[in-house]
Design a protein around this ligand. Structure first.
Ligand code: AMP
Length: 305
């Protein structure tokens, strides 16, 4: 089954203490769509300006990403720029130019409205709700959010939560949302706000998953060489949603969600190995499966002889 992905499409400028890359493909939807595309066809919804490279449309096509829901507006593409400290974790946003993103109203092509799986990548929660308003009863809805929306548009976010099956957010956002220092309490409390499942990402320390009756905790894939952590969270969400949509009959249970979390972590671990989406451009399904198996072996604590 396909997955519909909506979010930002950007040209990012990213600086680390050793490298800087300008106007590279970025945005929550670009990372999420590519992550999902390794498991299932993707329908992409977003907006770009008239300066956006045509070659990226060819790239999407070659990755089973249908970009007919990407509007081409007059003006410049959304631009974001960030700089990382030596730990490659602490990040400062240097500049944001909304450009064509400022007046973005996601409009779903008719053939996107009946898609069973939806990933609302990080954009304003009112826009995420607007997407759901246009859909005919999607089967499973995954949503991502960020500190900005928790701070500035909390009411819109609260209205969205009961319409979500799986909410993905990071540890600091979970604490911010609940005023709770314990991530376990925070995860449970966020579930009571509406989503059936909640995944809390802990960066290089893995992720937690909360369900109605179950709990799961996993580590992150230990990487030696990180070049650009931008988009790791979006890629994770894409991998999770893509795996759920692409496997089985569309029914989602906790066993599949556990696996989906690992596939999301695997995808995110590849993504940070190079700038922008460069590592994922050449990534193969065999490499994904190989790392998934490594993950399995590393997580065993009763070692098999
Ligand atoms: P992450 O590293 O997961 O925080 O995601 C980084 C991506 O989010 C970059 O590619 C940016 O283009 C994009 N981005 C930054 N700010 C926003 C925003 N306010 N809304 C949507 N996308 C954003």
């Amino acid at each position: 089954m396909s997955v519909l992905v909506v979010g930002s499409i950007a040209l990012d400028t990213v600086k680390t203490p050793v490298e800087e890359h300008t106007d590279q493909l970025g945005g929550s939807a670009s990372y999420a769509a590519l992550g999902a595309s390794f498991f299932t066809p993707v329908q992409l919804v977003g907006v770009v300006g008239d300066d956006f490279p045509e070659s990226e449309f060819d790239f999407w096509k070659s990755h089973q990403i249908d970009a007919s829901g990407v509007q081409r507006a007059e003006g410049k593409t959304f631009r974001w720029s960030g700089e990382y400290a030596w730990d490659l974790n602490t990040r400062e946003t240097k500049s944001v130019a909304l450009n064509v993103f400022e007046n973005f109203e996601p409009a779903l092509p008719a053939n996107f409205r009946e898609t069973a799986f939806v990933l609302l990548a990080n954009i304003a929660p009112s826009l995420q709700s607007h997407v759901l308003d246009q859909m005919k009863r999607p089967h499973f809805v995954v949503a991502d959010t960020m500190d900005l929306w928790i701070e500035t548009t909390r009411k819109d976010l609260d209205a969205l939560l009961p319409r979500i099956d799986l909410l993905i957010l990071n540890d600091s956002e979970a604490r911010q949302m609940t005023n709770n220092t314990s991530l376990i309490r925070a995860g449970r409390e966020i579930r009571r706000m509406g989503p059936k499942y909640v995944a809390v990402k802990k960066g290089e320390h893995g992720a937690l998953l909360f369900g109605p009756d179950d709990f799961f905790s996993c580590g992150a894939y230990p990487l030696e060489d990180i070049h650009d952590p931008t988009g790791a969270g979006d890629t994770f969400a894409g991998g999770v949603a893509g795996y759920l949509a692409g496997k089985g009959d569309g029914e989602v249970d906790f066993r599949q969600l556990r696996r989906a979390l690992i596939y999301g972590s695997v995808l995110a671990s590849f993504n940070v190995e190079a700038f922008s989406m460069d590592r994922m451009r050449s990534l193969t399904n065999d490499e994904i499966e190989e790392r998934y198996e490594m993950f399995k072996l590393m997580s065993q604590f009763e070692v098999l002889e």
